[in-house]
Design a protein around this ligand. Structure first.
Ligand code: ACO
Length: 414
């Protein structure tokens, strides 16, 4: 028999649920997904309506605060967020200190963590412990301080991301402009031209805005659970966002769009698609960008992304990679192997090709996922911090190791 701890505080039954497959760690009113029917809603609003009528910063407000903003609130919110796109000179110094070939996600994680070192209110020993507990009790100053942290993180995400891109090229960082949208500001900060010459292409700017909106939240997942878990210790959100970003860096989470493009490069042309499909059916390969743990029908985001893709391609032109992708999608959607298993193109199938057509390097794709997902992380963090049931997360384990035994001196060990 295995040792069982005598735990007088233990309540209820201890269950083993490896990888939390069946465990709901939170109750949430942020995002609803019905994978069987292909439904995704932010705060009750269908994703299709938001993608057509809203834009990223408005939907970000909705995700975080629960309601669409009035015109006045939206102006104040977007002005504040865009005001916070500026990086402190010393943060820029941190970002320029990495090797030119550092992975952009490694730099981004460090950038978020560095914000915690530069933001004066972030230090828990000064006031962090009380800040979030006070906010949960409705303290107006504490709530305002949390709002500031939220706006600072959303504002700095695109400039930190652009800094990782510019650092790899050994180029100076572009200072964020005034008067551009969130995605326009990001494109400006990435750009190769010297300051003041660059105007983002309106179609690409809107396409990126929609991609950001679609990636802003996807209820509980590895990186969002990380945010709430780390945040439950009442650490500052800069450190918690750095941890979430680390979770997203893993190839099983933020790496799928990159895998799609690598797969298309490997297939090397529409004429090779039938051979590739046969390899997938023989289980020798996996078709990246198809299938989803939650969606057993079409991922609603992929339908919107297909439309966005057409708009982007009207500007960037078509490539062999795109023709390969379309041939691959058509072949898979007609094939019984995929039909019988309910395998459809997911959000990553077309987003990777869009990023590729827009000229982003392959290892930058997870960064393009992380920038908008900061919003989802913060929405779940704020919900958790303000919940009356907020406590430090402390999962249980089931011990399966050795029973008590005596220490053996090193000379007597075999
Ligand atoms: N290519 C080929 N076969 C597949 C694929 C695929 N992409 N996905 C699932 N299958 C097969 C499985 O082998 C299985 O076949 P079987 O019944 O003969 O054993 C059947 O379809 C059912 O698969 P599940 O086990 O239900 O799939 P699961 O939920 O475990 O996996 C996952 C979901 C990981 C997303 C999988 O579909 C996959 O690997 N897809 C490719 C990677 C990808 O695109 N990931 C991004 C997902 S979206 C996101 O994370 C933002």
């Amino acid at each position: 028999a295995q040792d069982r701890p005598e735990d007088e505080t233990e309540k209820g039954i201890r269950v083993s649920d490896s990888a939390y497959t069946n465990t709901a760690a939170v109750t949430s009113s942020i995002t609803f997904i019905d994978g069987g029917r292909g439904i995704l809603r932010y705060r009750g609003y269908p994703i299709e309506q938001l993608a057509r009528k809203s834009h990223f910063l408005e939907s970000a407000y909705l995700l975080i605060y629960g309601e669409l903003p009035t015109a006045q609130r939206y102006d104040a919110w977007s002005n504040e967020v865009l005001h916070h796109t500026y990086l402190h000179h010393d943060v820029e110094h941190v970002m320029s200190s990495f090797r030119y070939d550092s992975h952009p996600m490694a730099m981004l994680i460090s950038g978020f963590a560095a914000l915690g070192a530069f933001a004066p209110e972030a230090n828990p020993s000064l006031q962090g412990q009380n800040l979030y507990s006070n906010a949960a009790k409705g303290n107006v100053e504490a709530l305002a301080q949390m709002d500031k942290q939220i706006m600072r993180l959303i504002g700095k995400a695109p400039t930190l991301a652009a800094a990782t891109y510019r650092n790899r090229q050994g180029r100076p960082f572009n200072r964020p402009p005034t008067g551009l949208s969130y995605s326009g500001t990001f494109l400006y900060c990435l750009d190769q031209l010297s300051e003041h010459q660059y105007k983002p292409n309106a179609v690409l700017e809107r396409a990126l805005d929609i991609l950001f909106l679609l990636h802003a939240d996807h209820e509980m997942n590895c990186s969002t659970a990380t945010m709430v878990h780390v945040g439950s210790s009442l650490v500052d959100p800069y450190s918690a966002v750095a941890a979430s970003c680390a979770a997203l860096y893993g190839p099983l989470h933020g790496g799928a769009s990159e895998a799609v493009v690598r797969q298309l490069i490997d297939i090397n042309g529409p004429e090779n698609v039938p051979k590739f499909i046969e390899q997938v059916k023989r289980k020798e390969r996996n078709l990246a960008g198809f299938g989803h743990r939650v969606y057993r029908t079409t991922d609603p985001r992929s339908t919107i992304i297909r439309e966005v893709a057409e708009q982007v391609f009207s500007v960037t032109g078509r490539s062999k990679l795109l023709d390969t992708a379309l041939a691959l999608r058509d072949a898979a959607e007609k094939d019984d192997y995929f039909k019988s298993r309910n395998l459809h193109a997911n959000v990553d199938f077309f987003s990777g090709i869009i990023y590729q057509q827009m000229g982003f390097p392959l290892d930058f794709y997870p960064v393009l996922f992380a920038v908008p997902r900061v919003v989802g992380w913060l929405a779940h963090w704020r919900q958790a911090m303000l919940s009356p049931s907020q406590r430090i997360w402390r999962p249980k384990q089931i011990y399966i190791g050795a029973s008590e035994r005596d220490y053996v001196d090193v000379k007597q060990r075999e």
